[in-house]
Design a protein around this ligand. Structure first.
Ligand SMILES: Cc1cc2nc3c(=O)[nH]c(=O)nc-3n(C[C@H](O)[C@H](O)[C@H](O)COP(=O)(O)OP(=O)(O)OC[C@H]3O[C@@H](n4cnc5c(N)ncnc54)[C@H](O)[C@@H]3O)c2cc1C
Length: 394
């Protein structure tokens, strides 16, 4: 028996992109169904992004009381770039009049799910989308299975792939599972979560002779920190004491507050942009469409920017029968995607020590960092990109 569901917009993926899109569409009276292969509990407990651009927080404000970003999150008015132990603060409000918010992605998802369910939204967990049929017709369909192996078909007027970096919807849009522009990096981040007080009030991005480290915060009692490592590193290869040594030697000038380490992971870096973002009545957004290395904290924020554009395009298509915005969607989204790709690549290449770097490369990198921290124009560019360019308003 196949379970058939009919809706106006079928959204694959209950990550930030898929959930936010369903929320925005509902505000315009457009019904959608969101499916995700994971359970609600898994989605609400997976630790990922932490930095929200100011524009992202403003969009989340439309959830009303369901958004706790301003009450539980922390506004950060700057970051520190540390070069050879010397700290340089990038003060966002004085440079660009904006800030960022530290509010973990799983809390954003918890808020979005609560808001969607309170609004009577059709959210279905444990459903794996396997393929999309009839993409170039007015009735595209998501074909998948539920947790019991029962076939599921979602008949829609538009299908959105918000199914993350291993997207299955992408192959419908680009013609192949990995069709896109790709860059890989010869280093990764070793990330830890520790039960300890904060070591600093704001994020520290440190470039040191031993490689890069990021000292980040989660709450008064839990901290997130990363250090540059080889992508093949085994997370079990380090004792806790060795992990603290690796981190500490990369942030000369700060004594880290140590505590028990209760999570460790290795995060590989990729820059990717799919060759196409839409085919017929199927579009991809967020990590399904692009991924960035985490250094610029752009991934989730870029997903939000895609969704704002796609929401408007789908409204025009389904409410007014106007196809212009959907035809323009991919080009409009790519303008910001490539700016964010550049910024993420630039932060990554400026702050990390490449394993094959020559003395020239290392000294040039110091020159690049100094040309940013010692110049108001340089600091302003960094602040503008980090806090986020304005979202499209028209
Ligand atoms: C450690 C880390 C730190 C990060 N820090 C930041 C940061 O500070 N700021 C920032 O902006 N970004 C950051 N990012 C990136 C950010 O987490 C992602 O860009 C963001 O999650 C993308 O959202 P999305 O909705 O596109 O995809 P995802 O969050 O990946 O959601 C996709 C969803 O689709 C579901 N799915 C996948 N395949 C299927 C299928 N076949 N059928 C049904 N469901 C499916 C998945 O279960 C998942 O729930 C970080 C990422 C990591 C890993």
């Amino acid at each position: 028996m196949t379970l058939t569901v009919r809706t106006r917009v079928a959204i694959v993926g209950a990550g930030p992109a898929g959930l936010l899109l369903s929320h925005l569409l509902a505000e315009a009276g457009i019904e959608s169904v969101v499916v995700d292969s994971r359970t609600r509990e898994e989605i609400e407990s997976t630790i990922r992004a932490g930095i929200l651009e100011q524009g992202t927080v403003e969009i989340l404000d439309s959830l009303g009381d369901h958004s706790r970003a301003r009450s539980l999150g922390h506004r950060h008015d700057g970051i520190e770039l540390r070069v050879d132990g010397e700290g340089h603060r990038i003060d966002f409000p004085s440079l660009v009049g904006r800030s960022v918010w530290l509010y973990p992605q799983h809390e954003v998802l918890t808020d979005l799910i609560a808001a969607r369910l309170a609004g009577g939204q059709d959210l279905r967990f444990g459903i794996v989308a396997e393929r999309i049929d009839d993409a170039e017709t007015d009735r595209p369909r998501v074909v998948g299975v539920d947790a019991d192996g029962q076939p599921v078909v979602i008949d829609a007027e538009f299908v959105v792939g918000a199914d993350g970096s291993r997207s299955v919807v992408r192959s419908t849009v680009t013609g192949s599972r990995f069709g896109g522009h790709l860059r890989e990096y010869p280093f990764a981040w070793f990330g830890i979560l520790t039960e300890a007080p904060p070591s600093a009030d704001e994020l520290i991005y440190s470039n040191s002779p031993d490689g890069f480290a990021l000292i980040s915060q989660r709450s008064a009692t839990v901290q997130r920190m990363y250090f540059q490592c080889d992508p093949e590193t085994d997370t079990a290869a380090y004792s806790e004491a060795q992990l603290w040594d690796e981190l500490q030697k990369r942030v000369p000038g700060t004594t880290l507050e140590e505590g028990p380490i209760f999570q460790r992971d290795v995060l590989r870096f990729r820059s990717f942009v799919a060759h196409e973002l839409r085919r017929g009545r199927v579009a991809i957004v967020g990590d399904a469409a692009h991924t960035v290395p985490p250094t610029g904290a752009k991934g989730m924020n870029l997903a939000v920017a895609d969704v704002i554009l796609l929401d408007r395009a789908i409204r025009s298509l389904l409410l007014q029968g106007d196809e212009r915005r959907i035809d323009e969607f991919a080009d409009a989204a790519r303008r910001r995607i490539w700016k964010a790709q550049h910024f993420s690549w630039w932060m990554t290449s400026m702050l990390h020590a490449s394993p094959d770097a020559s003395d020239f490369d290392r000294l040039r990198q110091r020159g690049e960092l100094r040309s940013i921290v010692e110049s108001e124009a340089g600091r302003t560019y960094l602040a503008e990109a980090y806090t986020g360019w304005p979202f499209a308003t028209a």
